[in-house]
Ligand binder design. Sequence first.
Ligand SMILES: C[S@@+](CC[C@H](N)C(=O)[O-])C[C@H]1O[C@@H](n2cnc3c(N)ncnc32)[C@H](O)[C@@H]1O
Length: 272
Amino acid sequence: MIQESEQPEPEATRRTVSGTESSRANRGWWDSNADEYQSDHGAFLGDDRFVWGPEGLDEADARLLAPAAGLKDRRVLEIGAGAAQCSRWLAAQGALPVALDLSHRQLQHALRIGGDGVALVEADAGTLPFRDGSFDLACSAYGALPFVADPVAVLREVRRVLRPGGRFVFSVTHPIRWSFPDEPGPEGLSVSASYFDRTPYVEQDEDGDAVYVEHHRTVGDRVRDVVAGGFRLVDLVEPEWPLWNREEWGGWSPLRGHLIPGTAIFVCDRDD
Ligand SMILES: C[S@@+](CC[C@H](N)C(=O)[O-])C[C@H]1O[C@@H](n2cnc3c(N)ncnc32)[C@H](O)[C@@H]1O
């Protein structure tokens, strides 16, 4: 029997969706699902680790933002910070992080975990509430960029708030994953959709209103977005699935991770 409080499952579809609808849907989704997300993934993320994605690549090893000595006293903006685990690691390295997220509930988890030296800001990545040149570095581990309709607008905003010579490193779902079912098992190994179809993935309620949105970009699109955002692309890192990691995270799994990339990390410099 269906309880009165139970919501019908949203319908998954592919359709065009505006920036405003994407932003509203994702704020609602992350507010509603933050508790479950932190309960499911909090242990893997660690309270004060900086993990770039489900493969478990750790910034302590990768050093994509700066060499260890280069983080001290650096002003760092983390975009789509969730519970601010990465920012807590940055603070422990002597950096001065600001953790920004769209979702109030995600930031409440940041407060629950606590920790000194991390400022929290609730805002949309498309309109950053900071002056030009406020930061030395910016980073985003799966925050915002997979979910926004206009990634170039976000990149331009990040460039604006970085000082000349600053660096932005962000990770997103590897674009090749768009072609495969989002399943961790063997069913996730057969191509089921066109890599070139940019139509967003949308979950919508019974009124047809989006409640969750992901926007697809091909690798070439992402490179062009970085350049259009005013950055120079320094590296594109595709972390391999390490033997020690046996954890499944949604469609990311050891089985698929050993065969196809799951995460793409873009290292971008603002030259002037
Ligand atoms: C997959 S989580 C990543 C968070 C964190 N890096 C982690 O690994 O847990 C994505 C985060 O991006 C945030 N987000 C989504 N769209 C955003 C936007 N337009 N502006 C700012 N944050 C956004 C969500 O609220 C969510 O906390």
